[in-house]
Design a protein around this ligand. Structure first.
Ligand code: ATP
Length: 628
């Protein structure tokens, strides 16, 4: 059914994967193993070096030719250096690739996140996780992991060779190192907890900073600079405190291992020398044993440091995983029939209402544990014809914006159905729904970038003529003509660089360019002066002959000549009709309209409570914003 419904093109965001860091990292097992293998080859080369030195000494002692032993030793040096360089490159590259993949997956999942779940996150913390924590992944998953493996292999190889030289001396050595090792493990556990706390504190600092930076003029106008500086300073101090705990654990880790190895060395020299004195061990074996012990010190310390880094990185992995687990919007697979090319403004069948609400119930969820609040919509029903201007009015907080958000399917309804062109939107792909519906938001969302990029945001393939037409229609042409760079003028964050009214026109033009079947305008002309508003209203009137335009407006001038007005109150539609009709029979509408309309010269003032037959629109004039 519903072959009249067509889509607006492919999804813009690449389909995200399952999201967890481990699942992403598994894709890079091959390059990581290659790096580790190169590292192990380097270990073998370095472990063989004392043996080659021994061979060289023996050859010198025998006065035998030295070319072979020297060549072997040089070969081992070169092989060790080459393997170590290749290992560092391979592991570093794999680490960067993991970070890239994790970030891409994370961005895909963030952009597809369920809005209810997303709204519970702080944006500053999201940024810290997506930028800083993902950087730490590289260290945890590649460098430190590889270092643990490679240094660990050096340690294991050395230990085996030392066992072969003298088992009991090695047992004594291991008991000294074991005590240091146990201390290091305890410290590593503490370090992980401290690192997790520090990541969270850093996120809280970023969230605090982001909160004020996005509202800097409000902060200044409220003279809150000192208060905010103090509050954010305290957040920074908390991050410092947990950072110091991380630092303390880190600072103890390496010395703990150093003390262990130095203690082992002292004991080995003492015990070994007494054994040599008693003839239980010869001097050459003791010297080789001590050489291997010296060779163990550096990899032991490196591997303990790498464990520390790995543990800190794991804290970051946990935080990135948590973000990647954000619930996603549920989508519906597209049917082939839904993806026919669109005709401008007319992809919905004129035989069905453009939008229908059937007994819709909806409540915002503030969190799983939070108590349920009163429903915003409690059985709302109305329909919007495929052509014409429909206005939605109601007191502040009545749920008008919520209606629009449900048409866009930003949230699923709790009960009832929302139909688009006769089809339940829950059964349509999100891409189709959002391609058919154009939405000019209440707060005129513009993005950092050029005006042209903003205009073509919903339709990147729009040609120059289409852009110019939308600009003209939205009354934006004179604004752009005054800008030195015209359409290529750069805007700041949230479209700064334009006035509120200019931003509204920009957003209207962007939606016009999208050529939707249903155009939603939420207070979209509230910042415009009376003349510009009239021009934009005329444009919308013209467009409404080709598609459905639904406008939320507090300004009665926007509503007065609408083909249909829906009056929303207490989560329900209490009346629908045209202006005169509603003035005559709906008390709330009369009250809402009465506060903004004043009689023209010679007209009697209608007494709102006595339900008078209203004066014809020509004799009523809307009160301009400036006069209110
Ligand atoms: N994201 C949200 N989370 C929780 N509650 C919300 C959310 N958005 C809106 N609400 C609540 O839902 C109710 C309806 O809000 P909505 O923005 O739809 O009203 P409105 O009629 O558009 O108001 P206005 O005319 O003032 O713009 C309000 O009580 C509001 O507090």
């Amino acid at each position: 059914m519903a072959s009249h419904l067509v889509g607006a093109g492919p999804a813009a965001v690449a389909a995200p994967g399952t999201g967890s860091v481990a699942s992403v990292a598994r894709r890079h097992t091959g390059p990581l193993l290659t790096g580790v293998l190169l590292g192990l080859l380097g270990v073998a080369a370095s472990l063989a070096q004392p043996w080659a030195i021994g061979e060289l000494i023996a050859a010198a002692a025998r006065d035998a030719p030295m070319t072979g032993p020297v060549a072997r030793l040089a070969g081992l040096f070169c092989a060790g250096a080459l393997c170590s360089a290749l290992q560092a490159y391979a592991i570093g590259r794999a680490g960067e690739n993991i970070v890239l993949d994790v970030r891409r997956t994370l961005v895909g999942r963030l952009l597809r996140a369920d809005l209810t779940a997303y709204a519970r996150q702080s944006q500053g913390d999201i940024l810290t996780r997506a930028v800083t924590d993902t950087s730490l992944l590289r260290i945890a998953l590649s460098q430190s992991l590889a270092q643990v493996i490679v240094s660990g292999a050096t340690v294991v190889g050395g230990v085996v060779l030392m066992f072969l030289i003298d088992t009991w001396l090695m047992v004594i050595t291991l008991s000294c190192l074991g005590a240091a090792g146990a201390l290091s493990v305890a410290l590593a556990r503490k370090l992980r907890r401290a690192a997790l706390r520090n990541r969270a504190d850093t996120g809280a600092f970023a969230a605090g900073l982001q909160r004020v930076l996005t509202a800097l003029p409000t902060v200044k106008a409220s003279r809150a600079e000192s208060r905010e500086a103090g509050r954010i300073g305290r957040l920074a101090a908390t991050a410092r405190e947990s950072g110091l705990r991380v630092n303390a654990c880190n600072a103890l880790l390496t010395p703990a291992m150093n003390v262990g190895t130095q203690g082992a060395l002292a004991v080995v020299v003492g015990v070994g020398m007494s054994w040599v004195a008693r003839g239980r061990m010869d001097m050459a074996d003791l010297t080789t044993f001590i050489m291997y012990l010296f060779q163990l010190v550096s990899p032991l310390v490196t591997s303990v440091m790498a464990v520390g880094q790995f543990v800190q990185g794991r804290a970051a992995v946990e935080r990135v995983d948590e973000l990647a687990r954000l619930p996603q919007e549920t989508d519906t697979p597209a049917e082939p029939t839904q993806l026919a090319p669109t005709a401008p403004y007319a992809p919905l069948s004129p035989h069905h209402p453009a939008v229908e609400f059937h007994n819709v119930r909806f409540t915002y969820r503030r969190g799983r544990q939070a108590p349920r609040t009163t429903p915003v919509l409690d059985g709302a029903s109305f329909s919007v014809p495929a052509r014409g201007l429909t206005a939605v009015v109601g007191p502040s907080g009545a749920g008008k914006t919520t209606l629009f958000q449900l048409i866009e399917r930003f949230y699923p309804v709790d009960g009832g159905r929302v139909l688009l062109g006769g089809r339940d939107i829950a059964t349509l792909p999100l891409d189709t729904v959002r391609g058919l519906v154009g939405y000019v938001q209440q707060d005129s969302a513009a993005l950092r970038g050029t005006i042209r990029e903003n205009l073509t945001y919903a339709r990147p393939d729009a040609d120059e003529d289409a852009v110019r037409e939308a600009v003209e229609m939205a009354g934006l042409a004179p604004v752009i003509a005054r800008l030195p760079d015209g359409l290529d003028t750069e805007l700041g964050d949230q479209g700064s660089g334009l006035s509120g009214g200019q931003r509204q026109r920009l957003c209207i033009a962007r939606t016009l360019l999208q050529r939707p079947a249903v155009m939603l305008l939420d207070e979209a002309t509230s910042h415009l002066d009376a003349d510009t508003e009239r021009e934009v209203r005329d444009v919308l009137r013209r467009i409404s002959r080709r598609c459905a335009v639904i406008a939320v407006a507090h300004r009665i001038s926007t509503v007065i000549d609408a083909d249909r007005i829906v009056v929303l109150d207490g989560g329900r539609v209490r009346a629908t009709g045209v202006h005169q009709d509603l003035m005559a029979r709906d008390e709330l509408y009369r009250r809402l309209a009465g506060s903004q309309l004043r009689p023209g010269p010679g007209a009697a003032v209608p007494a709102p409570d006595r339900a008078p037959i209203p004066s014809p629109p020509s004799r009523l004039r809307p009160v301009d914003r400036e006069e209110r």
